[in-house]
Design a protein around this ligand. Structure first.
Ligand SMILES: Cc1ncc(COP(=O)(O)O)c(C=O)c1O
Length: 285
């Protein structure tokens, strides 16, 4: 089917949406992005995604080229131009086109804005009900993982390394053995009916799904603590989960080839996952 994208003020077929080879996003990875899920054609947690975009842009000294309302109009327009009820929008803002390659950005560059949408398929039933296999790897990324930067080469290498070692994904550890996050997700664990997740820092992305899970726990009087965790904590966990906008809350059944808890998604996962799905259904009404 014909897919439409938004590029710098124009709606185009995705094949027609082309950028300059001199774009700083292409040459330097000089840009930021967001992935926003859509349920029943409605944006999920748009305010939180917009705030994170704003923070990412501010961190790289780019003024947001569009207002919140303008962003919302573009996103909703794209949603409405495609037949899928559930979608995920990808939006990217780069610093813009600069004809002479130089690390130092020219003043007065015009940011490049690109948005497109995809169907959001839920993960297969087997993955949801059995969980995934994860290994731990040393984080090889930079010290500003709180910025949702388009430069994802280390994340790609880490995901590939996990796959080459027979795992579905990796949980990243700092050099001093602290649990950080997944290659494209946040990490939670359960011990004795309490949920734990590492606190936000410059070493992890403040995930929106993470935020929603925290809110759900709070609203339902389920104890959740933001606390630094290390590998030994994970190894003793009753449950481990990964969260992201395209995976929701996904249970981890194996850590470094050893069973997590009972080896099946645990009781608290069942509860939080059910509440998460309920939350999605509420916004999708
Ligand atoms: C490195 C990283 N951490 C965490 C997340 C989860 O963020 P969100 O829940 O906003 O999708 C992502 C999502 O892509 C990510 O790339």
């Amino acid at each position: 089917m014909q897919q439409t994208a938004y590029l710098n003020g124009q709606y185009l077929s995705i094949e027609e949406a082309v950028i300059s080879t001199q774009d700083r996003g292409f040459l330097f990875g000089d840009g930021v992005y967001e992935v926003i899920p859509v349920f029943n054609k409605k944006l999920f947690e748009f305010n939180a995604h917009f705030t994170r975009l704003q923070n990412s842009l501010q961190a790289i000294s780019v003024v947001n080229p569009l207002s919140k309302d303008e962003w919302q109009d573009i996103l909703q327009n794209l949603i409405d131009q495609h037949p899928w009820d559930n979608q995920f929008l990808y939006l990217q803002v780069t610093r813009g086109v600069q004809m002479v390659r130089n690390h130092m950005p020219d003043e007065c560059l015009v940011p490049t804005i690109y948005v497109y949408t995809n169907p959001l398929h839920s993960l297969d039933e087997n993955t949801i009900t059995n969980g995934i296999k994860v290994i731990t790897l040393e984080d090889i990324r930079w010290l500003r993982c709180d910025i949702k930067a388009i430069t994802l080469l280390p994340n790609v290498m880490l995901k590939l390394a996990a796959k080459q070692q027979g795992a579905d994904d990796a949980i990243l550890l700092s050099q001093d053995n602290k649990v950080l996050e997944g290659t494209a997700s946040n990490v939670f664990m359960v011990k004795d009916n309490v949920i734990f997740t590492p606190p936000t820092s410059n070493n992890i992305l403040p995930g929106i799904t993470r935020l929603v899970v925290e809110r759900i726990a709070q609203n339902n009087n389920i104890e959740l603590k933001e606390i630094a965790l290390n590998l030994a904590d994970l190894e003793q966990a009753d449950e481990i989960w990964l969260t992201s906008s395209t995976k929701n809350v996904l249970a981890v059944c194996q850590l470094n080839r050893k069973q997590v808890g009972t080896g099946n998604p645990g009781k608290l996962w069942q509860k939080i996952n059910a509440l998460f799905i309920e939350t999605i259904k509420e916004i999708a009404l």
